[in-house]
Design a protein around this ligand. Structure first.
Ligand code: SF4
Ligand code: FE
Length: 486
């Protein structure tokens, strides 16, 4: 496994093409706006080195028998699925941000099982290719961007019916030694901090969309790959000289990017689906299922930090003993643990697939993510309630450091005796960061849209909910015999 330092160095050696605010970034690893997000991924390496976290952070590879980082693992049991969620909660607690590496892990598990089933039906050799690829990933302990979401253009039209044929990523040329692909993947979590991009289709497809049914892997610095870094609320605070208090979370963050594939060549050994449109839906459903489970871990860990910050804000205000504050903290905890319960439940109810790795219970994973589209919003609302308006009206760190006006801030923004004004500012800025700032991308809007928007889960809940089976239960209890009674 790589150490944190080796990970950072390995990224530095890559020749990534990253644009940020209109400019080509010289070295993303050293850019102040990107660095905190890289620190979050680095934490997945750092914790794996620590004996106290080994049980959660590492696993034994079923492919090589070696100890690997759990982020590169194929889940071999429901216990593995549960440990995955616990690991994600831990990392959410340690970073209070999106640590990005889960998308690759979720893609590995979805592609491994789907390629097995494609080969069974079509006599192809994708599963062996993917197994070899994953061994390479495990051996080198790589971070991989599991990429699913296409830009999608007119949502009312299928991929092949779009005005611009590139609005879904597609195969533009098939050569004896590989394929050439063109298109883009949007909202790519951790793209700039990843060694590889692992691409999947984004929806179920019909025969006319066969050119869009493609899965493959390329290095992040492959010829023709261009990344455009996503903006976040308050992101340029990170560019302010010496910024610290105002960042709320100076060390960690997350990011998304728009990743362009300009006629990128993919050699045969890295192609894992090539026009088998009948399996696009299966791959999507499995990846989405795993990633909806993931949110029952990561968002809960960030929620833990937000609840702790809210409790501290109340302590520092002198409001901690008020019964309504206590009750709000209880409500936040109740909501957060409900999310965790969903993450654990869909894991404990997982099942093995024909390829041998385990899948979550899809109904429960979709219920988990549906709750995630709601409860973090309520938790954030309560955090803002407890924090008070100062969270968004407080003067800047520069004013606090100023010899002229700093003493006023020190004097008038103080809370209870024994707590410095600076500490009070720090905790309020952390709440701001998670609810409204850079981390709000991950805690709020990503809770809504990441791993699929709410309606996508409702479609799956409808499909998995077995209403007909439930009708039979009701008929049995009500002693209905439709044959007799019409
Ligand atoms: Fe992992 Fe959560 Fe970020 Fe998805 S949103 S990559 S599950 S930390
Ligand atoms: Fe996400």
């Amino acid at each position: 496994m790589m150490t944190k330092e080796q990970y950072i160095e390995s990224l530095r050696k890559m020749n990534l093409k990253v644009y940020l605010m209109g400019e080509l970034v010289d070295n993303p690893v050293d850019h102040p706006m990107i660095l905190p997000s890289m620190n979050s991924v680095a934490m997945t390496y750092e914790l794996a080195e620590k004996p106290e976290y080994r049980e959660l952070m590492t696993a034994t590879s079923n492919l090589t028998g070696k100890t690997i980082n759990r982020f590169c693992h194929l889940h071999q049991s429901t216990d593995d699925l549960v440990k995955k969620v616990k690991m994600q909660r831990l990392l959410g607690q340690k970073t209070a941000a999106c640590f990005q590496r889960c998308v690759g892990m979720d893609a590995f598990n979805a592609i491994y099982s789907t390629t097995y089933e494609i080969d069974k039906k079509h006599g192809t050799e994708y599963h062996k290719r993917f197994t070899d690829y994953l061994k390479f990933v495990q051996e080198n302990d790589l971070t991989v961007d599991g990429a699913m979401t296409d830009p999608k253009g007119d949502r009312g039209l299928s991929p092949s019916k779009q005005a611009d044929a590139d609005l879904y990523l597609r195969i533009v040329k098939v050569l004896p030694e590989g394929i050439v692909v063109r298109g883009a993947k949007a909202h790519q979590t951790g793209a700039v901090n990843s060694h590889e991009h692992l691409i999947m289709p984004t929806i179920a497809m019909k025969e006319e969309d066969a050119d869009y049914a493609v899965a493959f892997a390329v290095p992040s610095d492959a010829d023709g790959v261009v990344m455009i870094y996503g903006r976040q609320s308050c992101d340029t605070r990170k560019m302010e000289p010496g910024a610290d208090i105002d960042l709320g979370n100076a060390r960690f963050g997350g990011h998304e990017a728009l990743v362009i594939f300009n006629d990128v060549f993919v050699p045969n050994e890295r192609i894992f689906m090539c026009r088998e449109y009948d399996f696009a839906g299966m791959m999507v459903e499995r990846f989405a299922g795993y990633h909806r489970q993931s949110y029952g871990g990561c968002k809960v860990g960030v929620g833990d930090v937000l609840i702790g910050a809210s409790a501290l804000a109340a302590d520092y205000n002198g409001a901690a003993k008020a019964s309504h504050i206590k009750d709000k903290l209880i409500e936040m905890t109740h909501l957060n643990e409900t999310l965790y319960a969903c993450g654990i439940a869909c894991s404990a109810e997982g099942e093995s697939m024909p390829a041998g790795n385990y899948i979550v219970n899809l109904l429960l994973a979709n219920v988990c993510k549906q709750n995630i589209t709601r409860m973090p919003y309520e938790i954030a609302r309560l955090a803002e309630d407890i924090a008070g308006g100062l969270m968004v009206t407080m003067p800047s760190e520069q004013d606090f450091r100023s010899s002229e006006v700093g003493p006023y801030i020190e004097k008038y923004l103080v809370g209870v005796a024994g707590v410095s004004t600076e500490n009070r500012m720090r905790i309020l800025r952390l709440i701001e960061n998670i609810t409204l700032g850079t981390a709000a991308v991950g805690y709020r809007t990503e809770s809504m849209h990441g791993a699929g928007s709410p309606q996508a889960q409702r479609v799956m809940i409808a499909r998995q909910g077995d209403i007909e089976g439930k009708k039979l239960l009701a008929k049995e209890i009500a002693r209905i015999n439709e044959g007799q009674n019409g």
